[in-house]
Design a protein around this ligand. Structure first.
Ligand code: RIB
Ligand code: CA
Length: 309
């Protein structure tokens, strides 16, 4: 069975790191683009290149925007550390980004793989929003957009907003309003879907190089999740946007109309998810993840990571 074609737009980020390694194993990964988000664009790019080299993943990487469409840049150094990927000093990457902007690379990849390309957006959505504005044909060229972002019930960076949406609400409003089929995997599912101490120990006990590096990284990330969110697991937000293409049964979805709040004083960046049902469906519904088999999902991810050398 041919693997689905995938492009990942990301802001590595510890959970992005796991998503990149998972995506490269289960999809035909055509490329990676980087954005501001968990850390600076420069850190996202360096981290992504270093992770691709760690996994021996030879795909093009194009750098994107360093700031949101509107407003100040936000980061998550309190969760991911100053480098954006604290916990293990990866060797500096030997490769560089390609000589094209992420926006142009997304458009060119969608044009080349019309109707086949899944676009995974697992950071702030600035690159994808600008690509949709610059090339309206993307709306028909893309097979689907799978988003890690938002939530139907409460945020993480504010009481109302999830981090990826909060970083660039105007961009998210463009993406959720673009008409491409969207799968939204938000905090409702990803908060409690993560690695615990036993998962980290399993990675470390394998004696495999990549698994050992991920164990170091996730140990740091889990300590921060405990300190900042009093969470018992290291939430693997981003890979949850990819796993349904490998095993649809691991995530249950509901149809929702999703609108992004851009003006609220206390609610800017909130995703307002309307699940009231058919008579309110004014536009094609988003597939909103509402439940996950978290243990089986994480086991699937750990098994994949253990496949690396
Ligand atoms: O809120 C979680 C999201 O914000 C994840 O994508 C994480 O990597 C950060 O970007
Ligand atoms: Ca991310």
């Amino acid at each position: 069975m041919t693997r689905p074609k995938l492009l990942i737009d990301c802001d590595p980020g510890h959970d992005d790191a796991v998503a990149l390694l998972f995506g490269a194993r289960h999809f035909d990964l055509v490329g990676v683009t980087t954005t501001h988000g968990n850390s600076s664009l420069a850190n996202s790019t360096r981290n992504a290149l270093a992770l691709l080299e760690l996994g021996g993943i030879d795909v093009p990487l194009a750098e994107g925007f360093a700031q949101p469409l509107v407003g100040a840049t936000v980061d998550a150094a309190h969760v991911h550390g100053k480098s954006g990927l604290d916990g293990h000093d990866l060797p500096p990457p030997t490769r560089k980004p390609i000589d094209a902007h992420a926006v142009d690379f997304i458009i060119e990849s969608a044009r080349r793989h019309q109707g086949e390309l899944i676009l995974a957006v697992i950071g702030p959505q600035t690159n994808v929003a600008v690509a949709l504005k610059r090339e309206p044909k993307l709306r028909t060229w893309l097979r689907e957009i799978t988003v890690m972002g938002g939530s139907a019930a409460g945020g993480n960076v504010t009481p109302a907003a999830e981090f990826n949406i909060y970083c660039d609400p105007e961009a998210a409003a463009v993406v959720f309003g673009c008409g491409v089929p969207i799968r939204m995997v938000g905090l409702d599912v990803t908060r409690r879907t993560g690695f615990d101490d036993a998962d980290i120990a399993r990675l470390r006990a394998s004696g495999r190089r990549v698994a050992g590096v991920i164990a170091d990284l996730v140990s740091f990330y889990l300590a921060r999740q405990r300190a900042v969110f009093a969470r018992a697991v290291a939430s693997m937000h981003d890979v949850c946007a990819l796993v349904p293409y490998v095993d649809e049964a691991l995530l249950e979805t509901d149809g929702a109309i999703v609108r992004v709040e851009c003006a609220g004083i206390h609610t800017r960046g909130a995703t307002v998810c309307d699940v009231r049902g058919a008579r309110h469906l004014t536009v094609p519904p988003v597939r909103l993840a509402v439940r996950s088999d978290a243990r089986r999902l994480i086991d699937q991810v750990i098994d994949t990571l253990l496949n690396y050398p």
